[in-house]
Design a protein around this ligand. Structure first.
Ligand code: FES
Ligand code: FE2
Length: 450
């Protein structure tokens, strides 16, 4: 890693001991190294296939700092291209989304087909450039792409492991986001538009908060008092959380984590959404079906999490996934997608849509609370004096276990039971431990030994 020695990373991040230097949030050199070491190598979330349902559909997204085009070609295959013309770098596609037969560069008019080939070069035959081998000058495409239950992930690194290896044991928890509420595989779709907004903080503030910060309940006191949740009590309906074991789950060898809830094995179906009978009935039926379909695993419910490095599933209601795109050390461009069961009745989807926007995104009161914290924490950490003092991540040190079992149900991951404590920073330590490995490792062989 040029310009920044791996010994410096060791000095800045003590993930095991629970102290982390503020430098990693505000330092320009470290930020540049993250682009090379993390965002050029990791699997990144790009978008959902329902955004590009028909041939020729496209949607612009980001992989780290780079603008990319998510596109379904005329033959129906999905691609992710760097959104930059091969001639002089112009942004080939300047629309957020649409349907097209080709991408026409607005600068000199090179055009690319939806499968990325260079198909038009104005005046080529009249110029000395007649030798131009157009087959070598198509749009730059990602090295690997995965359509996982409708979620599109990609990496620039040919040597990266397969997406499923990258996911590892986290699959069980990530599936809580993308599987239908009744336990069927897949079965979710994106509704409404994607919320996109800027916040003045480093991308790691939201990533680590979603990784498992149960501890910040005080921040959300006001939304709890207002009664933002579907039943007007608290900020969410507590059904699946009642009497549950509260588990912080992390995969330090992957960097992924999630807050999870494990209901008692003999728990009755708990009522939710009681002031909306049609919605209550839908979720009651889903839970019955979930119990039949998933066996003992019906008991597991998700919450906020982070899939390393910058995608954060929220695997309960509101069911969403956020992407924290780095825009310099001091700014993050947030994107948030909202998911529902694709075959839920329209009134259920509509009910959820209204709840989602009340809760999340730039208009959501809960997310506004969070953004206040990240904005001000970042600003108050930039000064010459402030930078000299590390943050503390010692909560719940030494309390996690690697062999969790409850009534015969074994769960994967490093698990910290916080049922009676509600405060562990085990997930955050896992996130920054993996961050350090990425910043130090020269290759994927080091990052994921065979
Ligand atoms: S930059 Fe695209 S055609 Fe010149
Ligand atoms: Fe929060």
């Amino acid at each position: 890693m040029a310009g920044f020695e791996s010994s410096s990373v060791e000095r800045l991040v003590d993930a095991k001991g629970g102290t982390i230097s503020r430098e990693i949030f505000v330092n320009e050199t470290i930020y540049r190294q993250e682009q090379e070491q993390i965002f050029s190598r990791a699997w990144l979330f790009v978008g959902h296939e329902s955004q590009i349902a028909r041939p020729g559909d496209f949607a612009v997204s980001s992989m780290g700092e780079e603008s990319v085009i998510l596109c379904r070609d005329r033959g129906g295959h999905i691609h992710v291209f760097l959104n930059s013309c091969r001639h002089r770098g112009m942004k080939v596609c300047r629309y957020d989304e649409g349907n097209t037969v080709e991408f026409l560069c607005p600068y000199h008019g090179w055009s690319y087909s939806t499968d990325g080939q260079l198909v038009g070069v104005p005046y080529l035959e009249n110029s000395d450039g007649g030798e131009l081998d157009t087959s070598r000058w198509g749009l730059i495409e990602v090295a690997q792409l995965e359509n996982y239950k409708g979620m599109i992930f990609a990496t620039w690194d040919r040597s990266a492991p397969s997406f499923l290896e990258y996911l590892g044991g986290y699959k069980l928890y990530f599936d809580l986001l993308v599987d239908a509420w009744d336990g069927r595989e897949g079965g979710t779709e994106v509704i409404g538009g994607i919320h996109k907004w800027l916040i003045p903080c480093n991308w790691k503030f939201p990533a680590e908060n979603f990784s498992g910060d149960r501890y910040h309940g005080v921040s959300h006191r006001s939304v709890d008092m207002v009664g933002l949740g579907p039943s007007g009590q608290g900020r969410r309906d507590m059904g699946e959380r009642n009497q549950s074991r509260w588990l912080d789950v992390s995969f330090p060898d992957r960097g992924h984590s999630m807050i999870a809830f494990l209901r008692p094995h003999d728990a009755p179906i708990s009522p939710s959404y009681e002031n909306a009978p049609e919605v209550a009935e839908y979720f009651r039926r889903c839970e019955e079906e979930r119990r039949r379909r998933l066996g003992a695993h019906w008991r597991l419910f998700g919450g906020p999490g982070t899939m390393f490095p910058n995608a954060s599933p929220l695997a309960r209601q509101p069911r969403t996934i956020a992407l924290w795109n780095p825009r310099g050390p001091h700014q993050t461009e947030c994107w948030r997608w909202y998911l529902v069961d694709a075959d839920a009745p329209a009134p259920v989807k509509n009910f959820l849509r209204q709840y989602y926007t009340r809760y999340s995104g730039p208009s959501g009161l809960t997310e506004q609370d969070d953004m206040e914290n990240w904005n001000y924490a970042h600003a108050a950490s930039r000064g010459t004096i402030a930078r000299q003092y590390p943050y503390n991540y010692e909560m719940g040190l030494g309390r996690a276990t690697q062999s969790f079992e409850d009534h015969g149900l074994a769960l994967p991951g490093v698990i910290c039971d916080v049922t009676n404590a509600n405060a562990s920073e085990s997930n955050q330590r896992g996130f920054y431990g993996r961050w350090s490995q990425f910043m130090e490792a020269q290759s994927w062989t080091e990052l994921m030994p065979p």
